[in-house]
Design a protein around this ligand. Structure first.
Ligand code: HSE
Length: 440
């Protein structure tokens, strides 16, 4: 190939504009680095009139993604539309037209990543998705290439910047969930529809991708236990601090002989763990490898320019492959698809954790005894317990931490506690993550 590489970007939103900006700003640097020109050929978006603060030559911005895919001057198609359709069809059409594809679409990849990779693999094309997890953190290539020689046992972290921003602000005393969310939306830090971010769904999509890369296992997003942060109150954050913990929305996966443990929920993280220090919209991914031990990858998990750098890394990989007229240097998941296996996700009830519980209990003799006898009956040991000042009409908050116990036993215990007359409010349950990185 003599002409150089033409890049077509479908989706001219925030990330699309970042990619266009970076491609144009660094066109000479990219060309010099590769010894081969890489230029923006086309941008497609239904909205061709909004001002993105970028002046494109006439004819570059079009409203027809199919025309971009069919354009012979486009060799690399960047899909930044998001969602499942029409993004899935665009990617399939681009691959079938023999074009390398780069995407940031974690919702699509978590559901159809393997099917799309099959098309790419069959044709020796790139399906690059560095930007799908951790925004600007180069975690995808790190796992599939740099850590390929090891056996990864755990992958976990803070995968959603919006949720982490909200929990961090609550932890700084800036208010309860709803007020902090409303302020974040007003400042453009949270989406108008924040549900994927605050309900943990975005983290599930990213965790499914990490499990595929790190363990070589295909799991279904709908099998992953998910709880978001809407019910986290500043009380939990304050009690967590009292016990030496921070509340974080964690995504956790472990490869075990019984299947993959994969879950997303608010957790209490020990202050001594690096994840406890990750605040604001930042992300961090931790990996425990059998040979490497623990490693942590930290950075900006979202945003225009950080995410654009991840997209550019993939574009340049596609450009190298076009320059040298060879397939990309590694498969989409770091190994041939035939080697990926489907794995069972261990039901949440079969996992075990240390638990934090906040109960609101009537302040009468025997109330605590009845509660602790239920816990004992379910085989749950209490590690620490504190009763706090009277809250309302004779009810007191009782905050306790348990030893490691089965989730199913805790759920049964909570149902029984909920039926006691001593119980005055819905118990609050959080998992305490003392076992991260193999520390039990
Ligand atoms: N909405 C995501 C977040 C960024 O808040 O982290 C894109 O993955």
């Amino acid at each position: 190939m003599k002409r150089g590489v033409g890049v077509g970007v479908i989706g001219y939103g925030t990330i699309g504009a970042g990619v266009v900006r970076l491609l144009r700003q660094r066109v000479k640097a990219h060309g010099d680095r590769l010894g081969f020109p890489v230029r923006l050929a086309r941008v497609a978006d239904l909205d061709t009139s909004s001002d993105r603060g970028i002046k494109l030559p006439t004819g570059v911005l079009i409203d027809d993604a199919r025309a971009l895919i069919d354009d012979p001057s486009v060799n690399v198609v960047v899909e930044l539309v998001g969602g499942v359709e029409p993004a899935r069809t665009f990617i399939l059409e681009a691959l079938r037209a023999g074009k390398h594809v780069v995407t940031a679409n974690k919702a699509l990849l978590s559901e159809h990543g393997v099917a799309l990779s099959r098309e790419a693999e069959k044709r020796g094309l790139l399906l690059g998705f560095e930007a799908s997890v951790g925004g600007g953190i180069p975690i995808v290539r790190t796992i599939k290439e740099s850590l390929a020689g090891d056996t990864n046992e755990e992958v976990y972290g803070i995968l959603n910047g919006t949720a982490n921003y909200i929990l961090s602000a609550m932890s700084e005393g800036e208010g309860e969930f709803e007020e902090v969310l409303a302020r974040a939306q007003a400042m453009g830090l949270a989406e108008a529809d924040p549900s994927y971010d605050v309900d943990g769904i975005d983290s599930v999509h990213k965790l499914v991708i990490l499990v595929g890369l790190a363990f070589g296992k295909k799991i279904k997003a709908r099998s992953v236990h998910v709880e978001g942060i809407r019910s986290v109150s500043s009380k939990e954050i304050a009690y967590a601090r009292e016990f030496g913990y921070r509340v974080k929305l964690l995504a956790v996966a472990r490869d075990t002989p019984a299947g993959v443990e994969a879950r997303v929920h608010p957790s209490m993280v020990p202050e001594s763990h690096l994840l406890a220090q990750v605040s604001g919209a930042y992300n961090a991914v931790c990996i425990k490898g059998r040979a490497l031990g623990n490693s942590v990858y930290y950075g900006q998990g979202a945003g225009m320019m950080p995410t654009a750098t991840a997209v550019l890394g993939d574009i340049l990989e596609a450009a190298r492959s076009l320059r040298d007229e060879r397939p990309p240097s590694s498969e989409p998941w770091g190994q041939p698809l035939a080697r990926l296996s489907s794995a069972r996700v261990i039901p949440m009830g079969d996992t075990a954790h240390e638990h934090y519980l906040r109960l609101t209990v009537v302040d009468k003799p025997g109330a605590l005894a009845r509660i602790s006898s239920i816990l004992a009956d379910e085989g749950i040991g209490i590690a620490t317990l504190s009763q706090h000042e009277i809250e309302t009409r004779g009810a007191v908050p009782v905050v306790l931490r348990t030893y490691r116990s089965a989730e199913s036993a805790m759920k049964r215990a909570l149902a029984r506690v909920g039926r006691l007359r001593d119980n005055r409010a819905k118990p609050v349950l959080l998992r305490v993550e003392e076992g991260l990185g193999g520390r039990e």
